[in-house]
Ligand binder design. Structure first.
Ligand SMILES: *Cc1c(COP(=O)(O)O)cnc(C)c1O
Length: 413
């Protein structure tokens, strides 16, 4: 295909894209190609207006009456029910609250309460660090009764044994984007009597998820990645209805059956509300709801189709750069095992990601050598992917990355 034919083909794909109209719903500076929506989702235009209203009307005018008058107190449950529609869960099985790390603690300890006689929390060693750190904190707090155990990624299923109380796995790996088979792994865990906590941080809003179809036990995930809930957005926690008797270890008053009765003793709410802890972050929840509502307007099957097509195009355009400049694909090319991102390894990965910013492309770097490109079908087109790789090619051809300032690592990558 000639260059012109190729350019026309890409333009035609963008013109025929049924999701293209979502882009104008986001605030994105002209010229910028944002390939980091898997780390911090873009800002929906409606968010500022919603926050201004919550601040001025609900907080400023309504003051404390807004807990009921503006439905602040039920927001975690209401938004949880919306997230449930993205994840194959039922209403009343998800609550939006706290951070992902805190929800990992809540889900793991709830699962442990259902498996008192067992001692092991199992995960893969390359899981997102906070997941493993939270396991290690529980081990330390338990005085050694609970063991945090990690094994190589491919050894997880074989490590399932009757000692394992709970398996903690991330469905879409944060670096490679590799997708785990949720239904098959859950089945294997259940065969040995273990429960599973799925981390859906890179799944929700990125790939179709069917928690109840997979007979999942617990799940948690971020609000600020593909859900576009904003920096530090509240996270969410899923507990299958059959596990709602699990003991909440973070037994705060918002998880009480009657928080405003101010009773002396803790009595957890019957349903998913027991997994709340303290006062909900109303402003953060309002922003999260805008992001979730926007995503619910899109057809998830269409979203997945486009995400894979963007990934295929990215990988195709990168092939010559792999040969010429030494990039190695670090994601699985196969569709079933690929999330909504593509990763490459390169020894100068950090510097290249920094230099790309000069060319108005934002991607990210994950140690030791991974360049991560997030593909967000709601605000990224085929032309963007082609242009991003062209700019990356320029970074390599001009050695724009080889500058002293890029050899110092910043605190946040
Ligand atoms: C982003 C991410 C987190 C982040 O946890 P926070 O508590 O929100 O900082 C946790 N787990 C995974 C797998 C992630 O990708």
């Amino acid at each position: 295909m000639t260059d012109t034919m190729f350019a026309n083909d890409v333009a035609a794909r963008d013109a025929a894209d049924p999701l293209a109209h979502f882009r104008e719903r986001f605030h994105l500076r002209d010229g910028l190609i944002y390939l980091d929506g898997n780390s911090l989702g873009a800002l929906p235009k409606a968010t500022g207006e919603r926050l201004a209203r919550v601040v001025a009307d609900e907080w400023g005018e309504g003051l404390i009456t807004s807990w009921l008058g503006a439905s602040w107190s039920t927001a975690p449950r209401r938004i949880g029910d919306k997230i449930a529609r993205l994840l194959g869960a039922n209403p009343g099985e998800i609550v939006a609250s706290d951070s992902t790390s805190v929800n990992i603690f809540k889900a793991l300890t709830a699962a442990l309460s259902l498996r008192h006689e067992r001692s092991v929390i199992l995960s893969e060693a390359t899981n997102f660090p906070t997941d493993v750190y939270m396991m290690q904190g529980i081990e330390a707090f338990s005085g050694g009764r609970v063991k945090a155990m990690t094994v190589a990624p491919d050894a997880v299923v074989d490590a399932l044994s009757e000692d394992v109380a709970v398996l903690l796995l991330t469905q879409v790996h944060y670096k490679s984007g590799r997708v785990r088979d949720m239904a098959a792994i859950t089945r294997r865990a259940h065969e040995v009597g273990a429960l599973v906590v799925w981390d859906l941080s890179h799944s929700a809003g990125a790939i179709p998820v069917d928690l109840n179809g997979a007979n999942a036990d617990f799940a948690i995930g971020c609000g600020y990645k593909y859900l576009n809930g904003g920096p530090g957005a509240p996270a969410y926690l899923f507990a299958a209805a059959r596990h709602h008797a699990a003991t909440p270890v973070l037994s705060g008053w918002f998880g009480h059956a009657r928080p405003f009765a101010f009773e002396e003793d803790y009595d957890p709410a019957a349903g998913i509300e027991r997994f709340q802890c303290g006062t909900p972050p109303v402003l953060g929840l309002a922003a999260l709801e805008v992001g979730v509502d926007l995503l619910l307007e899109a057809d998830m099957a269409e979203l997945r189709r486009k995400s894979l097509a963007l990934g295929d195009l990215f990988i195709e355009r990168m092939a010559p750069l792999c040969d010429a400049y030494g990039f190695t694909l670090a994601s699985v090319a196969e569709h079933a095992a690929r999330g909504s991102q593509v990763a490459y390894a390169h020894p100068q990965g950090y510097q290249i990601v920094q230099a790309l910013k000069e060319f108005d492309v934002i991607a990210d770097f994950r140690a030791p050598d991974i360049l991560r490109f997030g593909l967000t079908p709601l605000y990224l087109g085929y032309g963007d992917v082609v242009e991003a790789v062209a700019r990356l090619e320029r970074v390599c051809a001009t050695r724009a990355w080889d500058k002293p300032q890029y050899h110092e690592r910043a605190a946040v990558t």
